[in-house]
Design a binder for this molecule. Structure first.
Ligand code: GLU
Length: 167
């Protein structure tokens, strides 16, 4: 069994439509519901919900919280996937890269341009790709989106095309 840790922090991938406010917002975790749709016979996914934020609202303290949780898991020696809003995914990834100099496992950040469950969502694709990439990649911090793998220092969000490109 390959264990993989999955930490969710919010972002578009987990957004829901609010019938009250009429906007799409981060209110509740929904990643685990989608995880159950995947066939992963030799993987043990340990999912945990750390926060539920649009990444534009993430503070330095939030990033320290993410770093501290990652630090607590690194001793387990298993890959870590972090679901995160795409707008500041690179910023958090770089912070993690600066924080951990001798990684023994890959840390993969992923998210979505359209929420899980919405028509045309890229969320399940990105989640699936990230779980596979986390098993294959060398130690380091990466962004995995849309069939692409970027070392975090080489990635940038391309807002016009709603994807990530090489920086
Ligand atoms: N601004 C939001 C965020 O970064 C939406 C972008 C996204 O997740 O794709 O969380």
């Amino acid at each position: 069994m390959q264990r993989i840790y999955l930490i969710s922090t919010g972002g578009t991938i987990e957004k829901v439509y609010s019938e009250q406010s009429g906007v799409v917002e981060n209110r509740a975790a929904k990643l685990e519901r989608y995880l159950r749709m995947l066939r992963l016979p030799d993987a043990e996914i340990r999912a945990e919900h750390l926060m539920n934020k649009d990444s534009l609202e993430m503070t330095d303290a939030d990033r320290v919280e993410v770093r501290d949780r990652v630090a607590g898991l690194l001793a387990e020696g298993a890959p870590i996937v972090i679901s995160h809003g795409t707008d500041t995914m690179v910023e958090t990834g770089r912070f993690l890269e600066e924080s951990f100099h001798d990684l023994k496992v890959p840390i993969v950040l992923t998210g979505a341009m359209t929420p899980l469950g919405f028509e045309g969502s890229d969320g399940l694709q990105n989640l699936t790709e990230s779980l596979l990439a986390a098993r294959l990649l060398a130690p380091g911090v990466y962004i995995v989106m849309h069939g692409q793998v970027f070392p975090v220092s080489r990635a940038r969000k391309d807002k016009d095309n709603a994807t990530f490109v090489w920086a």
